[in-house]
Design a protein around this ligand. Structure first.
Ligand code: ADP
Length: 542
């Protein structure tokens, strides 16, 4: 027997239509590439998204076609999110920080028929255009005044000119909610990037999940600044979730240094922001060196890579901002877990609460998790045993575009490539990425645990721990660290700092101080680059 409720499809266009109706005057503020501040409302954004859908039709874009973007977080990118998916086409957000070869690969693989890009990326597009085999239309996301005088980009068109030629008399079509909406490629540290294809349905369900009180807890009361880029994993769904709940949105454009982010947070009374640890490192440095504080920021979501406990402490103890540690991946839309506390933990002492917050968090309803051993046998949720983490749910990928990489699922579960523990309260903690875990004498050492301890030292700004080969133990950990400006610590003292915090055999064999650490296109420490660089590293004990 079926229920008797309406089968209304879950469509992305409904989000912006709803925001227009219910939060019509709520602001969307953007710091533009050109540096000025642009303001308008959900009502204006909806009208412009409809107008843009007509522009896309005019360019010959049809349902199912892919349209690429190379753009920062800003209102035009937001309009593209809604116009493209709303008309039944697919927005392929491309990460401009990828190697040019990868950008070309992605655009060709996605078969983008048009490419929309910010001014910043005009020189890049000019260089790549001859290799972008499927792109017929190049649209620069700017107005006439900022169009380059001479550019080798073929058929270069101006976004605002195209918009000016249309009106907003466009009705969003209705279609099957499983229709593809957005396409984001994994950064492909090994092999080619693979396309994760989100549907309208998965996007809406994920937005509901993300908005829940124990997840991002977003509401019409909030002013939200997504530092996480719209070009990677949909800025953790914020452009959808904020629209769903009618939160004010504040887009930073390319201005991501500590001072710019801080100033924007203050000016726009931001209550919640989200980003990867490296960005917050810059922000915290700006706060401490300028002795400034936040007046409105209450919460920050930190994820993408492990948030060091020292960062959680600094935000909470020094600045009164609650940290929500989150974990996810492109293949998961991306949210999987968020580290919010339960009522029963409120009574715990501070250290115990911080220990809970350092974990990556509890699954959001919609994300099922399990950990398994090497043989695939499920492990208990005891907070100690760690194993490969598998996930399942309606906003998790079941395969990649064009079947690349084969069927990734194991008995219907998606293997995350992460190694984790889960405790009896459901809090998951990442031990490591399976490829980063250090294998020493047949046992595993967590590089994340060692990094967290290293950055807990007052003189250390950032640290990476990798395994280097050892004739007897297979691999041994070394710490590669950056000192904070004006601070000093010796190799021996840093190693002493680990004493008593870890098992003896986890003790790093060496420390190397550097001025800079390599990061991936998504802002994570690039362990791959470090492993290559230190491939022949001679340990002092050898
Ligand atoms: P990439 O940036 O490599 O293309 P993703 O952005 O999808 O891919 O990264 C997903 C991976 O990032 C996860 O599988 C996990 O290893 C890591 N990650 C994400 N959030 C966290 C976190 N809070 N703590 C530790 N690792 C994390």
């Amino acid at each position: 027997m079926y229920g008797l409720m309406m089968d209304t499809p879950l469509l992305i266009s409904d989000l912006i239509r709803f925001a227009d109706r219910n939060h019509g005057d709520t602001e969307i503020v953007s710091k533009t590439v050109e540096g000025d501040i642009h303001r308008y409302s959900y009502r204006d954004a909806h009208a412009r998204a409809r107008r843009l859908a007509k522009v896309l039709q005019g360019l010959g874009v049809k349902a199912g076609d892919r349209v690429g973007t190379l753009a920062w977080n800003g209102y035009r990118h937001y309009e593209l999110y809604y116009a493209i998916s709303g008309m039944g086409a697919v927005i392929n957000t491309i990460n401009p920080r990828l190697f040019p070869d990868q950008i070309v690969y992605i655009s060709n693989h996605a078969e983008n028929s048009a490419l929309f890009f910010d001014l910043t990326f005009a020189p890049l597009v000019e260089k790549l255009a001859p290799q972008l085999k499927t792109v017929k239309h190049y649209v620069l996301m700017t107005d006439r005044a900022h169009m380059p005088k001479d550019s080798a980009i073929p058929n270069l068109q101006c976004y605002e000119d195209l918009m000016a030629k249309q009106d907003d008399a466009f009705e969003w079509p209705s279609f099957d909610e499983r229709t593809a909406a957005a396409l984001c490629y994994t950064s492909g540290t090994t092999g080619n990037p693979k396309g994760v294809l989100y549907s309208n349905r998965s996007t809406i369900l994920h937005a509901y999940g993300a908005a829940l009180p124990d997840a991002l807890n977003l509401s019409a009361y909030d002013s939200v600044l997504p530092v996480v880029p719209m070009f990677h994993a949909n800025a953790w769904s914020l452009p959808y979730t904020c629209t769903m709940v009618g939160a004010k949105m504040v887009f930073p454009g390319p201005h991501l240094d500590g001072k710019s982010v801080y100033d924007l947070i203050e000016q726009e009374k931001v209550t919640l922001s989200a980003g990867v640890p490296t960005v917050w490192l810059m922000l915290l440095q700006h706060l401490s060196s300028n002795k400034v504080r936040f007046s409105t920021l209450k919460r920050t979501v930190i994820g993408g890579s492990a948030c060091p406990p020292a960062m959680i402490r600094s935000f909470q103890d020094d600045y009164g901002v609650t940290v929500f540690h989150a974990w996810g991946m492109t293949e998961m839309s991306p949210l999987g877990t968020v580290g919010s506390l339960k009522g029963k933990q409120a009574a715990l002492d501070k250290e115990a609460r911080y220990a809970v917050q350092a974990k990556q968090g509890r699954g959001i309803f919609g994300v099922e998790m399990k950990i398994v051993d090497e043989q695939g046998v499920e492990l208990p949720w005891d907070g100690n045993r760690f194993g490969n983490l598998l996930v399942k749910g309606p906003w998790i990928a079941k395969g990649y575009l064009k079947g690349e990489g084969g069927d990734p699922l194991i008995d219907g579960w998606f293997p995350t490539g992460d190694v984790a523990t889960i405790d009896p309260d459901g809090y998951m903690q990442i031990t490591d990425r399976s490829k980063d875990v250090i294998k020493s004498g047949g046992e595993w050492i967590s590089s994340i645990d060692l990094e967290n301890i290293a950055v807990g030292h007052p003189a250390i700004a950032e640290a990476a721990v990798i395994g280097v080969s050892h004739p007897k133990w297979d691999e041994r950990p070394i710490v590669i660290a950056i000192k904070k400006p004006g601070q000093d610590v010796s190799k021996e003292d840093l190693l002493k700092f680990f004493d008593g915090k870890i098992a003896k055999w986890w003790m790093p064999d060496d420390v190397v101080f550097v001025d800079e650490l390599p990061h991936t296109a998504t802002g994570k420490l690039s362990k791959l680059t470090l492993r290559k660089k230190f491939a022949d590293y001679k340990l002092p004990s050898n």
